[in-house]
Design a protein around this ligand. Sequence first.
Ligand code: GDP
Ligand code: MN
Length: 398
Amino acid sequence: MNIHEYQAKAVLKEFGLPVSRGVAIFKPEEAAAAADELGGPVWVVKSQIHAGGRGKGTFKGAPAGAKGGVRVTKSKDEVVQFASEMLGATLVTVQTGEAGKQVNRLYIEEGASIAAEFYLSMLVDRETGRVAFVVSTEGGMDIEQVAHDTPEKIVTFSVDPATGIMPHHGRAVAKALGLSGPQAKEAGALTEKLYAAFTAKDMSMLEINPLVLTGDGGLKCLDAKISFDSNALYRHPDIVALRDETEEDAKEIEASKYDLAYIALDGTIGCMVNGAGLAMATLDIIKLYGEEPANFLDVGGGASEEKVTAAFKIITADPQVKGILVNIFGGIMKCDVIARGVIAAVKAVGLEVPLVVRLEGTNVEEGKEIIRNSGLNVIPADDLDDAAQKIVAAVKKG
Ligand code: GDP
Ligand code: MN
């Protein structure tokens, strides 16, 4: 689960990390009071969307010259003006895709003077199974670009969970950023607090880009992006309360209500599969035959007919879907339950795209018969390879 920048900064503040004072607003009318409360003389008006690259982003349909989703100003009138321009507008950044994202919240911050911009992130490194730090002097930039062009400017290390964070970790961060003396000490304290926040809140990713050296020589987290481990959210009701469903994929929210493992993807072939491994193999084979999957979906082991119906409805509701592949290898999952679920869904919402069904395993004959007798225009398939070729051909023809 992701949260907004202003929420992330509030979490960091709880752990004593240095962030600017700020006020979140939802309506343009709130901008003047927010600016007064902060006092100036410099303000930053920041669009709050779950995507980065806001500073260099552009607003859809905005007049020429209307600049990015993060704007710095010394004028209170401009705070108000920027707020009315940004709220409700659609911001397009390198991370949003062409469709962009509507800005429904702003964060008005006290402006900081910047002497240097650094990059710092933390993540759970699957290779080592540890929390890793990624640090670079090249802040405020696209870190993927830095990694590509000048990988020597990125320093990474991981923390042994048996010892936890140690003073040498802080020294490694300071060294990577070229800091010495009291600033190195500050980097050490920052490193410890970040690790405490990361582990206490079960984060999966924390990115501060930029971490800045301010004009008066202190460190400050000027931007913050946090993702939390969804499997640990049950023990963080305070974090769950920060959820902004308007930032999430509506299909994924619907799927989570039925406890379906569903991830929306960009392609055209909707997939309903049982078992994560088979689901991944299905995505691979669709790509092998030249098309792209519209989703990952594992309906799980003992799914009920109701759950299968819900899953099928979510797939058909996606306007990107030009064909559907149902690929079931019934072990615990029974083929007749799948067949009934699919038919119930089609009865409820109709079916306007080709459907290929491959059933194998428990109650397979019963399942096939239910589909045959349904009068549905289903393309039957014998195995995974056959099924993938058939759905790709049907989508290409359509
Ligand atoms: P992003 O573009 O979505 O990553 O948004 P950021 O929060 O990182 O802001 C983009 C850029 O705006 C930063 O890299 C800074 O250069 C600039 N910026 C943000 N806050 C301040 C501030 O308080 N003072 C100044 N001078 N610049 C800021
Ligand atoms: Mn940033």
